[in-house]
Write a protein that binds this ligand. Sequence first.
Ligand code: UD1
Ligand code: UDP
Length: 364
Amino acid sequence: MTTIATIVGARPQFIKCAPVSRELRKTFDEILIHTGQHYDYNMSQAFFDELNIPEPDFNLEIGSGNHGEQTGKILIELEKVLLQIKPDLVLIYGDTNSTMAGALVAAKLQIPVAHVEAGLRSFNRKMPEEINRIVADSLSNYLFTPTQTAVNHLLNEGYRDQIHLVGDVMYDAFLYNIRIAEKSEKLKQLAVRSKQYYLATVHRPQNTDDPKILSALLHSLEELNLPTLFPIHPRTRNLMKQFGIMVNNPQLRLIEPVGYLDMLALEKHARLILTDSGGVQKEAYFAGVPCLVLRPETEWVELVEHGWAKLIPNLRDFQRIPTEIANFVDFHRQNTCIFGDGNASRKIAEILGLYDPSKNDHIL
Ligand code: UD1
Ligand code: UDP
């Protein structure tokens, strides 16, 4: 049986791997490796429990650190594990430091790499994720793309045979879980009513790492005309503390990060979502909720083209958020099919099923 080593490490990767692992385990021997990049219970274990993701076979317990330190530690520890288990393939997700390190270790050991969510580009190399994506794609034998735009980016960069347009595995996860999420008690617990609140998330370095920008952003969110629920990412929480930024208006409700099912429920019932998260932008669209993207650019350009998302073009324009919401929230939007048909995970398993390790013809 073909052995696939799956590398995950950060919150969105647990969510992405849940539907794919379910499919892979029908025909493959999957070994799950958690780098330990995210480690708080509500950033990691909560998702394994809630989404029935098999317990990782290895946890490298890398933890936090500067980019070089974090990536370097993953390289060292992951190489030891891959040398021990000798998988036929390595599967990586998205664009985190765990993704890039996974690609690098596997490629150097001449193990073929499959990249889920390949071909995304922001064309902003100040984002660590952009570097991670470019490296991961360049080392991958299978480029599983979620959108036609991602395919086009890869074609422009000269990739050909490795590209497989399968759709978005986050859409698979959404479809599988949205009905279960209806049982969530989170709205009741937080005493908010459907369409009577906004939902916001912020964790990108360009929004969090400069105290002036972070404070301007949070103060804008305090000024909105409905209560705003703000499940706070630990990066943002830690930096607010470090910079001494306080939120004084109870309209902006800082809450702990929530589980995936509660998050889906909060997204579905929000009047509008404000976020710099990649995953949350897409889930807003899946749930039929308009989204203000707290960034000047997005990898998910189709959301903007189809009117579901709107960018904040300049990081100094956060004070315009209330006006932007007023101008944007009540548009009529059409339902479209940007992210495939909800079978991306099955297609990935089928394509990988055609791989024959004995042929050893995979080196790029
Ligand atoms: C990482 C990814 C980003 C992804 C995000 C998803 C990289 C370069 N960035 O960003 O692409 O969108 O995950 O959430 O890989 N922390 C905790 N507890 C945790 C995890 C982190 O307190 O469980 C704090 C630490 O202070 C840490 C900081 O958050 O230094 C940042 O964590 P890190 O994993 O380096 O990057 P993220 O901002 O989470
Ligand atoms: N998410 C969650 N709880 C939260 C915030 C986000 O379950 O409190 C989920 C969200 O529904 C989405 C994923 O985490 O599926 C997005 O992860 P994140 O925003 O951390 O990273 P990104 O997608 O930007 O890489």
